[in-house]
Write a protein of this length. Structure first.
Length: 250
């Protein structure tokens, strides 16, 4: 299934920073598909002649969004392309066995993507650390994100989707009252980094008070009163909350 640019960016960031996430599983499946398409002999190995297919399969999605150069931009001729592929093959073939195994490929690709996340992708305004993103940059991003026609809103949408998926431990498309507390904590991490939301310890003096407040919050978000929070309920409630917060900043 095709991804939007924003979805691709959020997926890559989340996958690299959290290998227990659904995004990493998604990335892993993508890398496996690339490997299988290159393994034309169906022997679980990719040889030097097949490595070009492996690289081309993996490069298709980042090229679509301008995060990787085309072959025409990288190589003046076929010989240069072939030499580059041989160099990559040598790097992947860490045991020097004359072929690339799936684990060779996945380890190489994940390390390569991690470097791209750090250097080529747009700043992670919602999930980045305070050392990577300033308070001013975060506020500028959020103020743009309340306009649903902007790329910033699309990135916010996929951030909230990934947060929801991470919180949905039962994988049933709903957040129950037990999962809800973690969902709120994950979503609150970004504004808390910049002092724009209080820490849990500052809000609640006891676990009982915290549980009661979360229950009230859960019930207000559970619009259809089915004892579960669907993604649309989470998205709408959180977006409206952000809109109010942005309005208060003006």
């Amino acid at each position: 299934m095709d991804q939007t640019r924003e979805e691709f960016v959020v997926m890559c960031r989340t996958a690299i920073h959290d290998k227990s996430s659904g995004s990493y599983e998604e990335l892993y499946q993508l890398l496996v598909q690339c490997f299988v398409r290159a393994d034309k002999d169906m022997i679980g190995k990719v040889n030097l002649d097949q490595v070009d297919t492996l690289i081309e399969e993996a490069a298709a999605l980042p090229r679509r969004y301008g995060f990787a150069p085309t072959n025409e931009q990288m190589f003046p001729n076929a010989e240069a392309r072939k030499a580059s592929r041989k160099k990559l093959f040598t790097q992947m073939d860490v045991e020097k066995e004359g072929y690339v195994t799936l684990d060779n490929w996945v380890n190489f690709a994940v390390e390569h993507i991690a470097g791209k996340v750090a250097s080529n992708l747009p700043k992670d305004y919602l999930g980045g650390t305070s050392a990577e993103v300033s308070k001013e940059e975060f506020l500028a991003f959020i103020k743009k994100a309340v306009d649903k026609s902007t790329p910033e809103y699309r990135e916010l949408y996929f951030f909230l989707l990934k947060t929801f998926m991470k919180g949905d431990a039962n994988r049933n498309g709903e957040i129950d009252s037990v999962e809800f507390d973690k969902l709120i904590e994950d979503a609150a991490a970004a504004p808390r980094r910049f002092g724009l939301a209080p820490n849990t310890s500052e809000m609640f003096t006891t676990d009982k008070a915290r549980y009661h407040a979360r229950k009230v919050h859960f019930d207000s978000m559970d619009v259809n009163k089915n004892d579960g929070i669907s993604f649309d309920e989470w998205l709408n409630f959180t977006f409206n909350h952000i809109v109010k917060k942005v309005a208060s900043l003006k």
